[in-house]
Write a protein of this length. Structure first.
Length: 417
């Protein structure tokens, strides 16, 4: 019987989608007697995806593997799969000799660039973002992955780096350390011998500080007595490690030793540095009253993952900054003119409908509001709650339909009770 040929190489890297086999013809039979080429009819090729077999004979045309042939291209292969080969020799009598005692292995090359990675996720940390994704199929024969970063909403990805693993931590290796508070977009593409494939869809993450921001400095106050309001300004926190300030909170008290429990305003935006505390006429809740000194404190507020304010991340409060009492242009102590009726009161079922003309004060002074009095000065006197300055009508609910009542509309200035 003829000996097996010497399978000298099996190479899957030269041509995409095939493995090239090369061998040399045997020169002896199994009994060590000489074997001439003319006694060889053809060669058999066996293949397996395991080094331990089983090895199956490839279906080939005998004329393609006759004694004049010393190479063969196996094209029935899958990219990225490792194949093992053995060979045998058939003599002119049709007798097949033994297979090689060892096999040759080859991995086929990918036919194209790899597919886009899947499962990309981004977990933000303090000045870092950790990425992970699924490994590409083995058939893609990935040699590395390219990680790209964008800070302009995904319009451009100027920062990139490579890795051979399926995870990556962006903590400065992409050219700069990520800024806390900035929304970054990331995408990953796979690379093989053919080049880089398309990137996967981008995901976003916003790194955030794990500690509260520092206390803002430079809180100053200016009193505008002509408009009875207080202008506050401070130094915005724009530099340093804490770049994820989302806004500022302003607290107020009428005593420097007070609790400062009154939250006057939350000012959004890291670069914000001013606030106007309006007068009582324009802000019924937190407006300043003429002649009263106020004290203010300020805090910085951290950012949440959506870019908004995270009230759980609040700095220490600043020292109290006082304002001077607003005494330059005090409110008039004269009672405002009495409102004029706009028609007679109209009685209804257990009700009386009232209407009056609005009161206008001289200069820039604005009315605070109105009180409606029923039977003022009498034993059954009733006073309404303070009505707004824009109110010019009122329905009074009365206890019965038989009694006669007198009514008075009182206009109220600021500074009055």
């Amino acid at each position: 019987l003829p000996n097996a040929p010497d399978l000298t190489s099996a190479d899957g890297s030269a041509t995409d989608g095939q493995i090239d086999l090369v061998w040399t013809a045997p020169t002896e039979n199994t009994d060590s007697s000489p074997l001439v080429v003319g006694e060889i009819a053809e060669y058999y090729i066996y293949r397996s995806t395991s080094s331990s077999g089983p090895f199956n004979k490839l279906t080939t045309d005998p004329s393609t593997l006759n004694n004049t042939v010393s190479d063969y291209a196996d094209r029935d292969v899958t990219a990225g799969t490792t194949y093992y080969y053995k060979m045998s020799t058939v003599n002119t009598s049709g007798r097949e000799g033994p297979m090689n005692t060892f096999s040759r292995a080859a991995v086929t090359s990918a036919a194209d660039v790899p597919s886009a990675p899947t499962g990309l996720s981004a977990i933000p940390g303090d000045r870092e973002v950790t990425l992970s994704w699924n490994a590409n199929p083995s058939g893609d024969q990935v040699t590395s992955y390219t990680v790209e970063r964008s800070s302009d909403g995904g319009a451009t990805f100027p920062d990139s780096d490579t890795t051979t693993t399926t995870s990556y931590t962006d903590n400065g290796s992409l050219g700069s350390v990520p800024d806390n508070g900035t929304l970054y977009y990331y995408r990953v593409s796979a690379v093989n011998a053919k080049g880089a494939g398309s990137p996967c869809p981008a995901v976003s993450a916003r790194p955030l500080s794990t500690t509260p921001p520092p206390t803002p400095a430079g809180l100053t106050i200016a009193v505008d007595a002509n408009t009875t309001r207080i202008a506050l300004s401070w130094t915005a926190i724009l530099e340093g490690d804490y770049s994820d300030v989302a806004g500022y909170a302003l607290y107020r008290d009428i005593s420097v030793t007070g609790s400062f429990s009154e939250l006057v305003a939350v000012v959004t935006g890291q670069a914000s540095s001013t606030y106007i505390n309006l007068n009582e006429a324009d802000d019924l809740v937190h407006g300043v009253v003429n002649g009263v000194p106020y004290y203010y404190k300020i805090t910085a507020l951290g950012m949440n993952s959506a870019g908004g304010i995270d009230l759980s991340k609040e700095s220490e409060r600043s020292s109290a900054a006082p304002s001077a009492p607003l005494l330059v242009n005090p409110y008039s102590t004269e009672p405002p003119p009495a409102p004029q009726w706009n028609g007679d009161p109209v009685g209804g079922n257990l009700s009386v409908s009232l209407a009056w003309n609005p009161v206008t004060l001289p200069g820039n002074e604005r009315l605070k509001g109105y009180y409606v009095w029923r039977d003022r000065g009498g034993p059954g006197e009733v006073q309404s709650s303070l009505l707004s300055r824009d109110t010019t009508s009122y329905i009074d609910t009365v206890p019965n339909n038989e009694a006669t009542h007198s009514y008075q509309i009182e206009a109220v200035r600021y500074g009055a009770a």
